[in-house]
Write a new protein. Structure first.
Length: 176
């Protein structure tokens, strides 16, 4: 370092040469997208990229449309009335959408035998508690982490015992 101080941008929790490089790259790419949207003479690829970018940035149209584009999905959610229907909806979400909404599943190398690849299941991307979950110290708040842990452990244990099937199905067909 040459002794100069680096100022952390106000909208960042930390800053590094890599963060600056990433930020500069994002600004460069944003410029390419804006240029593709504004250009009058474009290749077919530039037109597709530019039109898509312009549509995404058209906040007035998004505000006018409101929840209308989401109505079919919201209606499907409203139709979920049972646990099996919820499980089917979760399975469909994981097959049709990118992300890890309720859980993330993948394969990884086994920690005990690197010749094996094993299934790995992690917590999903939604549901992270707010700051109070970690900082409140009243009696009720202190029982929540234990209760959540017990709930997760019970669900995992239940999944192990039933092979991921419903309890009724597992009880009636134990050898499956």
């Amino acid at each position: 370092m040459d002794g100069r101080r680096i100022t952390i941008p106000a909208d960042q929790a930390s800053w590094s040469v890599y963060a600056k490089l990433g930020n500069d790259n994002q600004q460069f790419l944003w410029g390419l997208l804006e240029d593709a949207a504004k250009a009058k003479v474009r290749t077919p690829v530039q037109q597709k990229i530019g039109d898509y970018f312009a549509a995404c940035m058209d906040e007035a149209s998004v505000d006018r449309a409101g929840l209308t584009p989401l109505k079919p999905e919201l209606d499907r959610i409203a139709e979920i009335k049972s646990r099996p229907a919820l499980l089917n909806a979760i399975a469909e979400i994981h097959h049709t959408m990118q992300g890890s909404f309720f859980f993330a599943s993948s394969t990884t190398q086994d920690a005990m035998d690197s010749n094996l690849m094993v299934a790995q299941v992690d917590a999903g991307g939604l549901g992270l508690p707010d700051r109070d979950y970690y900082t409140k110290t009243d009696a009720k708040s202190e029982t929540i982490p234990t209760a959540v842990s017990q709930l997760y452990c019970a669900a995992i244990d239940d999944g192990r015992r039933t092979g991921g099937r419903s309890k009724t199905d597992a009880a009636s067909n134990p050898s499956d």
